[in-house]
Structure formats: structure tokens, C-alpha cells
Write a protein that binds this ligand. Sequence first.
Ligand code: GDP
Length: 934
Amino acid sequence: MATKTVKELAKDSKITTDVLLKQLKNAGLPIRGEDDAVSTDEQATLVAFLKQSHGQAQKTRIGMTQKTTTTKKITTTTGKAQNINVVRAKKKQFDIQKPDLVADQAKVQAEHEAKKAKAIAALEAKQNEERAKQEATKRQEATLAAMRANSGNTNDSEHKPSASVVVKKVKKDNADTDSIVSSTVVKKGLAVKSGVKTDKKEGKSDKAKKQSAKPIKSETEKERQARLAREIEEQKLREIEAENRRRAAIDAQNRTLEQMKQMANRYSEKDDVPSAVVRKDEPLAAGLVGAALEESFEKERREIKRGTGTAASRAKGGKKKGKEELEIRPKSRGLKSSQASKHKFEMPLEKIIHNVEVGEQIVVSDLAQKMAVKVREVVKSLMKMGEMVRESDVIDQTTAALVIEEFGHNFVAVSDTQLEDDLQEAAIEKQGNVQIRPPVVTIMGHVDHGKTSLLDKIRETKVASGEAGGITQHIGAYHVETDRGVITFLDTPGHAAFTAMRSRGAQATDIVVIVVAADDGVMPQTEEAIDHARAAGTPIIIAMNKMDKDTTDPERVLNELSVKEVITDAWGGDTSLVKVSAKTGMGIDELLDTISIQAEIMELTAPVDGAAQGVVIESRLDKGRGAVASLLVKKGTLKQGDLVLAGEFYGKVRAMTDENGGRIKSAGPSIPVEILGLPDAPMAGSEFLVVSDEKKAREVADFRIARERERLIERQNKMRLENMFANMGSEAKTLNLILKTDVRGSLEALLGALDDLSTDEVKVRVISSGVGAITESDVILAESSEAVLLGFNVRADTAGKRKADEAGLDIRYYSVIYGLIDDVKAAMSGMLAPEHREKILGVAEVRDVFRSSKFGAAAGCMVQEGTIYRNKPIRVLRDDKVIFTGQLQSLRRYKDDVNEVKAGMECGLAVKGYDVAVGDKIEVFEIHEVARTL
Ligand code: GDP
């Protein structure tokens, strides 16, 4: 503040000098004239006085709290990062400038006047401006009305405009422009509230009032302009919103349509008809297409419900549709009934057509199951065809096909070996490294010509000697090392084994050695062996055996061979002949050499690497070790731990041994091994292969079980037929057998082998077979049907044995398949010309002789060996010579009559028609009808 005159100060303060002089006087300052100087101190005193006189400060200090928010990252106690808002509150003081109440009233008034004049001038200027805008507003109103008419939203004036009320009110307050302005503001709110909608009518009434309330009218119109503009805006917004909603709906429709299209495409991938095209900018069309598609779906559903949903009817239905629908018709046709039913489960009233796969044959009940029909319906259908079958019977593929057609399903012929073929192919792919492999040799020939002796001799000279401490194991095959390489022999001689293997498709043998006894020549089984080898296309080597004997006649043998068209090299032919003696070992090396040379000519090779494949040579169930199987590897390498599928069984190779009982870890081509780890004994001749996938192994095993079941049932049927044939009075002789075995596998193998034995002269008929002990009922059946009882790895139970003894029936026990087969063969030839051989059953020594009035001479004896039977023939031996042949009159143990007395026991006996003496031996024997050895 600087020193100023009163005049200057008054001017600065915008008050008159008089007012200032008065204030200075009131403040007690000694200043009288308008040109007097007012010092800064005096000015301050004046201000303090004025403040005091008004009782309030000109400025007010107010406090406000200012908040600032920042985001901070923290780590919580659980270790998680989290953002938190930090609010900082800060108190701040503000000076508020209050209205200058100190100002002079006159100054305030003057200012007021000036403002008033300014406002009036501004209003007048605006009036003119508003008038100019009038026309433009009218045009806007017209546009709005047109738009409303277009959108069907025409709204005639339902209420009188409140503008007139406003005008009246304003007129009252006309004197004060400020009041007018504030009143207008208030009324503006009312007007907006009560007259949102406007129209031409309203415009007219406004016009009419223009004269009486011009300035006010101008204000009202301005408001109307604003309102109209706002309404136009709002209308535009509403339209934009409506447009957006419409677009959203179209988009949603299009999306649904797209999904439907995709669904349709999924179910009709092969349908190359172009899918419906819907332009997004054509909402109407899109909606129609969507609706049409939905309608077509609905039609599908209806058709399915009616059971008429065929492709043809669907296509037909599509053609009936309109133009727009034509677009989507192809998709509709592409939809499968199954797809439509996916939306909602519908009970299929349409018959389901199955593709029924049938192999070479099928069990009736299985066929029914595959067609999903009741088995009795299938039996009925077969009966109509003249086939009298039961549900457990097997029918062939052709019959099955007829039944399947009859039931309206599709017959699909499948190869019985498809699954296995696939598995084998997979195994073959993994094999590699093809190398020369040892030959596999089978020795065949007539009985007693020396097959076993020859095999033993080769083994003895070539294997046992070289294996220190090795215990010879008969595992069905063995291999020998020669100067020319390894040779593997199958040690189950005879063509039955060879044939059994072949019948199972296992061509295990490379070379056949036919043994002919030089003193006996070509015999029936020699001829059969030649036939079998030829049928298999296997090269033959003739081993002329027993050359150590004096009675040999090689020329005769060569002659007989030539009759069978076997021309040996000795006669300039191409069949090798080696003269040997199984007894002395003569010619054995030469025989092995000949085999090796033959193998070299054949160039036998096999892949060494990869999963092993081969054939089951033998198998049995061992009490302690479980299933024991002898396998001959043909391809690849078999390793311990491999998963082997053999016949119907599969399991991991737990242990492997060679023919000398030695543990081995792997076996390559042509090497025989015995393995543990299968759950059951597979049939001899079954193929085996190593599989990587247990699932596949199970699948094939299940398939094989089913196939074997079919074969078994078929065989039973055959038996019934054979039975009928026999009853019809065929002159062919029949050998009846009753066969019981330990496991089904061996039963099947035996039945298969026995089936093949039947000839024109003699039929082999298994009248009953099964797994388990020979029972009393088996024996009764054997008795009534004159059948031979055969037990393979099983014995008769107590009741069965007693019954068999009572009936005097023989039960034959076997543990090797080929032993049984050979015996049956022998029995068959025996039936042609039976040969009697006797067998000693028991021997008792006479210790005491006493006279009996009833029996004459009675002897007190001790049974030394075997069993003494009451009903069997006896011989009385004195000094190792037969002195009497006859029968026992009585056999007693103490005072009881008994049927038999065993070794180690005392007994009393009387010989019919002969008086025995102390020291005599009583020999009980029986006569066997045995095969004739020609
Ligand atoms: P397989 O039925 O063909 O197996 O014949 P075997 O090997 O059982 O022999 C039958 C009989 O002939 C036995 O008694 C043998 O001892 C005998 N035998 C085998 N080979 C010879 C041989 O080379 N010389 C002599 N002298 N006897 C032999």
C-alpha cells in the first residue's frame, strides 16, 4: 500500500470521495479534503475500522480434507501378490473470498444498473437471433414428425403446452429482468417435464402469443429449440439402440445357423452339396434360413418318430420346401437320423440292421446274440429250413448267412484268421537280420523199425557226451551240433505227430527221415510216412536201419521203395539213402551229414531279430511248475520275459530251459525250448507268437477259445451222425473210445488226432469225452458200448476203478499224446488181425498146502509181486517152467472170499483141477489183443 490522496483512494475503492471522507472521519483519522494524502498507516487503520464496524472478516478461511489414492503392490501372508489402494488424507486450508460487503451501496447500485443495461442489450440481440432460428426449428420439427410417422410412433399432442402458463407468470414479474431469468429457469424445468413431446400445434400456439410476450416467448422458444434438439437426439439414440439390438439378434441367428451348419457337416462329411449361404447384412433372410433349418430339423425328428426317416423321404421332403428353404435343403438331407436323435433320446422304432460277422461256422446261440434276437426264434427259423438244431449246435457259414438274411440283417463273412494274421503281420514287421537257420527234422517209419532207438543214439552220441552234468530232458525236440552245423530233431516219432502238427497248420518240419528196418522192408506205416512227407512237400531221407543184423536185405528194401516211387541215390534217384545201425551207431555221422547237405540245398533262412514266432511241440501240466510248454522258434528270438500267445493262452515267459535242463535267456530260429509262464497247456501243433500288447493277445485268445468251442460242438454233432451211420448197419468196423483228459486243450488235440485216424475199414468213434477223472458212469458206458477207456493224464476215481475191475475192463493211461495215438492205431490194426500177448499181473508163492474137503488141495501163499486176481487166468510154475494153466477155484483172505490180494499179503487159494505143492509159483496173467506187427 502506498500513500494516496482521498480522491485516488476513492477511485480505487470505487466509491465516492464523500463516502470515503465520511468513513475516514468515522475511523477518527484527521483527513478533511479530497486532496489530502492518506498514508499507508492511515489506510490500514481505515480497513481495520471498517472490518470492525461490519463485525466480520472479509475473507473466510475454511478447512478441507484432500484425499489422494495410490495403488500399492504388497505380498500377503500366504505369499500372494496383491494390489491395495492407499488413501492419503491431507487437510488443507482455503481462503474464501466473501462478497465485498464493505463496498459502497452506491457503487453496488451503479454496478447493478450497468449489469441490467447490459442484460437488456444482450436479450434484444438474442431476440433477433432467435427469430432467425425460428424457421430452422420449424424444419427440424417437420423432420421429427416425419421420422415418427415412419417408425409408427406418431404422437399427437395429448396435453396442452404449459408454455402459456409460463408466459403469464413471467408477465407478472416483468419488472425485474433478473427475476424473469430465474423464473424462466424454474419454468423450463416444468416445461420439460410436462411437455416432452411437441408438435406443430404447440408451435402455432407459441406463435400466437409472440406479440403479447415477445421477450418471454423468445426465451420459451429457445427452450423448445433445445428440447426439440434433445428429443431428436434421443430419437436418434433410440434408433441406434434398436439398430444395435437388431444387429445383435442377427449375429446371434447367424451364429446359431453356423453351429447348425457345422453339426450338419459333421454328420454328412461325404455330402458334398454346398452348405447354406447366409449374408450377414440380410437379417431377414438369415432369420428365415435359421427358421427353415430348424423346421427341417423338426421334420427329421418327426420322420424318425414315425419310422420313415429314410434318406429318400428326407430328400423328398426337402424338395417340397420354398425358395429360401432350398438353400438349406442339402444340409437337411445330409443329416442322419442318428444325429437328430442326438439332440434328444428317441426310442428307435425303426428296425436296427446289424452287420453280423460270421466265420467258417457259428454256434446258434452266438448267432442269435449277434442279431439281437431270441435264440428260439433262430432255432425256429432253422427248423423251417429243415435244420433240426439246438441252441448249442454249430451251423456253417452258408446256413448262418441264410438265417441272417431271413432276419433282415447284413451277413458279413469274416476270415477266421484275420485277427491272428494282423497280429502276425505286426510281428513280422519288427523282424530283421535274416540268417541261415538249422533244419528241423522229423523221424518217421513203421513201428519197431527203430525210430526211437535212432533218435536216442544221435542224442547220445552228439549231445549227452558233450554236456557235462546235463540231465537229458525230453522236451519234444533237441538239437545237435555237427561239423556241418546245428540240426534240430523233433523227438516225437511217427507220422501221427507230424500229421497233428500239419493239421494245425504248423509246418515245423523241414526234412523227414524215414526209417526202414533193413530186415523188414517197406511196411504200411512206411508207406503212410512217405505219403505224408510228400503231401507236405518235405524232402525225404531214407535211413536203412538195423544194418548190424545178419538178416538184412537192402536190395529188397530198395526195390520196395521204388514201388512207392522213392528212387534212392543208390539206384540213381534223387532220394538220399544212408545205411545205419541205431544199435551200433554205424552211419549216424553220415546221416547227419546228409541232413546238413540237404538243408544247405534248401537254403533255410529266418529272421533272427524281433519278436519270436513258432510252434508248440508239446505241452503238459506239471503239478509243481504249472503249464510247461515246449516251443520251437521259427522266426525271431524268444526271450525270457516275452509275452507269448500260444494257442488260446498267453503269459509272460517266466523261465526257459533247453533240452539239457539248462537255463537259457533267449532262443533263436530252429531252437527248441521249454517255457514256464502260460496259464494252461496249449495244444501241440499250435502256433505261438510274441506279442507286445496284452490287450491284443487277450482279444485273439478269446477269439480262439470261441473258435475251439465251435469246433468241439461240431465234432460232437459229427459223432451223433456217425452214431446214426453205425446204426444204419454199415459194415465198417468201429472202434469205440471213451476219452478223459486233464485239460480241455489236450482233449481237443486228441480228438483232432483221433478224428484223422479213421479209415475205410475201421472207424474211430469217441462216444464220450470230457475233462476229469474216469468215473463209474464212464465205465458203465464203456461196458455197454464195448468201448475202450482212455485216460490222458487222469486216473479213474475209486468208484470208477472198482467198477472197471469188476467188469474186467481195461483202462489205458497215457501222458504223451502220440503214445495214445500210436496205441489206438495199433488197436485198429489189431482189430484186423489181433495178436495175443500176455501180461503178468501178479505172482504168489505157495508156503503151505493143506487138504480141504471142499476144494481138495488148498494152498497158503504169500503174494510176492503185483496182485492176485480171483477171476483171471493163472499158471502154475514149478522151477520156472509152466506146469499148469487154468483158473483159481477160490481166493481167500483169512476166512473171507476176496477178488484180489495185493503184494506183501498172505492169502489162501485153491487151483481148479490141480494140486499145488509147497514152493510152486502161482502167476496171474491176462491176454492182450495187440497190434499185429507185419
Ligand atoms: P520204433 O517203434 O520205431 O521207435 O522202434 P524202437 O526204436 O522202439 O526199436 C524197436 C526195436 O528194434 C527195439 O527192440 C530196438 O532195440 C530194436 N532196434 C532198433 N534199432 C536197431 C538196430 O539198429 N539194430 C538192432 N539190432 N536192433 C535195433
